[in-house]
Design a protein around this ligand. Structure first.
Ligand code: PML
Length: 254
């Protein structure tokens, strides 16, 4: 599901021309059994129309049958750090990215994306050494898609997260997405700040270090946020995008 608001902006040059600019409101993805699809669509719709980023004037729900074999991937381990301030959270992300081999330039360029006032629909792809942004469409970004969790594993995950006091759709979906991203061999790490003004927890994630939740990564009410995937300098960029957007993956064990 993706929900957006279309706002008119003055076209450059002629002054009177008006273009429509799309502002991202909300998005969600999943792999479900056919019998559950209607109920899930209903939940996604409710989420889209009641979103703190505003009321969308376009909601698009796409349903596709998956015919390919679904690849099984591992779930990342979860840890929460109760940071006292956005600066503390940022410091932890910088340190984790540096120890994962991401250069200062790439980290700085990543923070420019996460701090930008216009949130992207998908994620930015940044080369870990040169810091170059390589996603083909800088407004849309790259959307990790086609990831899910099996029913039994989903129940076990809910139990585990309940014990930690964080059994919410936001945490589950972000953790499943981060697990797919981390399973891509060319991706070194991910940094995420929620673009929801009411949600102030973000995360750092990597295959080696797991899913590290950072509380108070931004101040309440701030609209900025997004996702950055730091990729190997010599990565097959088209291959990374194909994996994230098209290859179906599922988590079967928790
Ligand atoms: C989002 O808004 O979907 C991103 C949420 C990131 C953090 C989720 C968590 O609390 O672990």
């Amino acid at each position: 599901m993706r929900a957006a608001k279309k706002t008119g902006v003055r076209g450059q040059g002629l002054g009177v021309r008006r273009k429509l600019r799309e502002t991202h409101i909300s998005g969600a993805e999943g792999i479900y059994e056919e019998k559950d699809v209607l109920q899930i669509c209903n939940e996604y719709l409710k989420r889209a129309v009641n979103h703190p980023r505003g009321k969308p004037d376009e909601i698009v729900i796409t349903i596709e049958t998956i015919k390919q074999k679904i690849k099984t991937i591992p779930l990342l381990s979860v840890k929460t750090v109760k940071c006292k301030s956005p600066d503390e959270a940022k410091g932890i992300i910088i340190q984790k990215l540096a120890s994962s081999g991401v250069s200062k330039k790439a980290v700085n360029n990543g923070f420019k994306v996460l701090k930008a006032q216009r949130a992207m629909r998908g994620a930015s792809l940044i080369l870990a050494e040169s810091g170059r942004r390589v996603e083909p469409d800088k407004n849309r970004g790259v959307r990790a898609s086609r990831m899910g969790i099996g029913k039994t594993a989903g129940r076990m995950l809910a139990q585990k997260l309940s014990k930690m006091g964080i059994n919410t759709a936001t945490v589950k979906e972000a953790l499943i997405l981060a697990s797919k991203v981390a399973s891509c061999p060319d991706i070194i790490a991910e940094a995420c700040v929620s673009d929801d003004p009411d949600y102030t927890t973000g995360y750092f994630a990597s295959g080696k270090k797991g899913y590290l939740r950072l509380v108070n990564i931004k101040e309440p009410g701030e609209m900025h946020g997004g996702r950055v995937f730091f990729i190997k300098e010599n990565a097959d960029i088209a291959g990374v995008i194909r994996y994230l957007e098209r290859i179906p993956v599922i988590i079967r064990r928790v």
